[in-house]
Write a protein that binds this ligand. Structure first.
Ligand SMILES: [Zn+2]
Length: 165
């Protein structure tokens, strides 16, 4: 699924695109998720700024099913990404943009793939080590009481007990 859009014409018409994609439609992101039941919502307005640059401004929102690296349980990582993109056609155009504008490279037909644009916004916001935003409901493995059959050498509490005496 690749929906091509023409950001230049959309900006000239002051168009607004709103919609949803299934997480399963996003091929690169999909690989990093626990499952693909869920959606990403996008709301993007196309406009011209004072300098006559075409901009894409709006939001991309999703709850991404990831594995918490603290408790190893799946959880939904919320993304509410504010987007300010400037479609460009060359690297030098991209380099000339002020820092607050993020370039987004158009293809040779000066078009953009909407799914890739939305997916890129989610990918750059994926944490390297995702964790529950609040303290995890479950205790982390190192705090779970050692089981009966654990050998003393594998039991960090045994070491602590020895240090105390
Ligand atoms: Zn957790």
């Amino acid at each position: 699924m690749s929906e091509k859009i023409d950001p230049i014409r959309l900006a000239e018409r002051s168009a607004r695109l709103q919609g949803v994609f299934s997480l399963g439609d996003l091929g690169r992101l999909r690989e990093l998720l626990v499952h693909t039941q869920g959606q990403v919502e996008y709301d993007l307005s196309f406009c011209l700024d004072k300098e006559g640059r075409r901009l894409i401004v709006g939001h991309v929102r999703a709850a991404l099913p990831l594995i918490c690296q603290r408790c190893l349980e799946p959880f939904e990582f919320p993304v509410d990404a504010e987007v300010t993109l400037c479609p460009v056609f060359t690297d030098s155009e991209a380099a000339a943009l002020p820092v607050e504008l993020e370039p987004c490279m158009m293809d040779e037909e000066r078009q953009l793939c909407l799914t890739e644009l939305v997916e890129d916004e989610l990918l750059v916001r994926l944490p390297t080590s995702p964790r529950h935003p609040e303290p995890c409901g479950l205790l982390a493995p190192e705090f779970i009481e050692p089981r009966e059959h654990d050998t003393p050498s594998s039991n960090p509490f045994a070491v602590l007990a020895r240090l105390k005496t």
